[in-house]
Write a protein that binds this ligand. Sequence first.
Ligand SMILES: Cc1cc2nc3c(=O)[nH]c(=O)nc-3n(C[C@H](O)[C@H](O)[C@H](O)COP(=O)(O)O)c2cc1C
Length: 198
Amino acid sequence: MKYLFIALALMTTIHTMSQEIALPQPQKSGGMSLMEALANRQSTREFNPDSNLSLQQLADLFWAACGYNREDKLTIPTAMNRQEISVYAIMPDGAYQYDAKNNKLVMVTDADLRTLAGMQEYSHKAFLNIAIVSDREKMPHDIFAGTDAGAVMQNIYLWCAANGVGTVTRGSFDGETLGKALKLGEKQQIILVQSVGY
Ligand SMILES: Cc1cc2nc3c(=O)[nH]c(=O)nc-3n(C[C@H](O)[C@H](O)[C@H](O)COP(=O)(O)O)c2cc1C
């Protein structure tokens, strides 16, 4: 009986740890014009801890941030087409890596890492914090690692502006602690963390 309980507990853990969120197809038409989104773009630093984003919003946002808009190319340009950027969604029920090819979020931990997402308290209240991560093995040049991450940052800003969602990008976070919690590899570096929510 004891072994049955252990086996069941293990199976539950494995199931939870391998949880994936299949995203709906991103909506790529309609919406606010680019010029209006640019006119609305701004940083906001107040978030309601009880609000959230729908799966459709997550699908649209992550596709805008750095999804594939052609067979093998992204919504962001990357220097030498290294495609070294990955993004992680830090949400109340866990942290996930965005799998752009398969349009899904893959859980890396079921812990709520929002308190590690930034030094400023408002970031702990946002429903979503997006860690913009560079693989420095693929992209050793500091400037290009920064510019490529910046393209993701601006796509997130513009999507938020076009959809009435608040956001602010941040350089203030403890990269080492958050990187460990996100189980990043040695060569992966968090460049920015961006809070998103209402
Ligand atoms: C690379 C970068 C790092 C930033 N880091 C922070 C930060 O750590 N905390 C913060 O509150 N805002 C941060 N910001 C947001 C800026 O403060 C903000 O963009 C600026 O005040 C202009 O305001 P606006 O975005 O509303 O135009 C950062 C912006 C950039 C581009």
